[in-house]
Ligand binder design. Structure first.
Ligand code: ATP
Length: 296
């Protein structure tokens, strides 16, 4: 992301191996205020490992700076800029407001922000309830409220919506988007495209054995979504010209037995063959879209 401010998180050539398993390989990226960066990858791809490295909880090769502080040398200070929501937050046998007070004391910060945060996260009406009586969605919001106690500029979340249903996930995403708009830097692990496209402006793709790759959300969409076959009906006389018009632009096109022209395209590029034919002044009479079936 182009930005005139300094990066809030700066990761340079970070590598981590567990014995012979190389989990992170020369990972480098910057994250700026107001951006949400998704760590995208299947189970075991290294998302949690990278988040733990940024929190300074594991030793890695390379350098990680959080607001200019080296997480290895100034771990405590670097962590003070981060609000962390782990995959599974452990709650004690307390009410919601007591939980907030407990963590405020632990973090040695005042309790003044507690009512505001409970209000902001829709928890004010549940403050007196025991945590064990809260629904999963409310508990997850409470974990976020705890992470926000010190009003940190950075939020790090490890698959925060993994256990929420679709409606609760959307509510939670709305809260996170609001925080991003306030200028927080958000780093979150996910393997759900819906979450990533709603909240993030970029995604760092992690795959075991592959170098990490930073993608725009549009590029991630192309990578995730299945290929389509665009079936085009053009007049019989125009069909050879339509095929050569598409082939000359590099499209994967062929004629099929039903007298149609078939073009294989990634989901995100389905308009392009139509635009190309228009540029060649070949009218398209009708079209169909079919997902390409991969049988093996
Ligand atoms: P998930 O989505 O399942 O949480 P992840 O992308 O967060 O996965 P990591 O938890 O970072 O992946 O794990 C990456 C790989 O490193 C996995 O193969 C895991 O088994 C391995 N690994 C993680 N921690 C350790 C450890 N302390 N010792 C040995 N191997 C580990």
């Amino acid at each position: 992301m182009e930005s005139i401010s300094n990066p809030q998180i700066n990761v340079t050539k970070v590598s981590k191996a567990y014995k012979k398993l190389l989990v992170l390989q020369d990972v480098s990226f910057d994250a700026y205020p107001g951006e949400a960066l998704a760590l995208w990858g299947a189970n075991g791809a290294g998302k949690t490992t990278l988040l733990k490295a940024i929190l300074g909880l594991i030793d890695v090769k390379g350098q990680i700076l959080v607001d200019g502080c080296d997480v290895r040398r100034q771990g405590k200070l670097a962590r003070s800029y981060i609000g962390y929501v782990p995959q599974e937050f452990v709650f004690y046998d307390m009410r919601a407001n007591e939980t907030m007070e407990f963590y405020a004391r632990l973090k040695r910060i005042g309790e003044a922000r507690i009512p505001l945060l409970l209000e902001q996260l829709g928890l004010a009406g549940h403050a007196e309830k025991a945590v064990s009586a809260l629904s999963g969605g409310l508990r997850q919001r409470l974990a976020l409220a705890v992470a926000l106690l010190a009003d940190p500029p950075i939020l790090v979340l490890d698959e925060p919506m993994a256990n929420l249903d679709t409606r609760l996930r959307r509510e939670y995403l709305g809260l996170l988007l609001g925080l991003r708009k306030q200028g927080k830097t958000i780093l979150f692990a996910s393997h759900r495209f819906e979450e990533v496209s709603y909240l993030a402006n970029r995604a760092l793709v992690l795959e075991i054995g592959q170098p990490a790759q930073m993608l725009s959300i549009a590029a991630l969409r192309e990578r995730c979504l299945p290929e389509l076959e665009l079936i085009l009906w053009v007049a019989d006389d125009n069909r050879p010209a339509a095929l050569s018009c598409l082939l000359s632009e590099g499209f994967d096109a062929h004629m099929n037995g039903r007298g149609t022209v078939v073009v294989r395209v990634p989901e995100g590029r389905k308009m392009q063959p139509l635009q190309r034919l228009q540029a060649c002044q070949i009218p398209v009479l009708d079209f169909d879209l079919e997902e390409v079936q991969i049988w093996n």
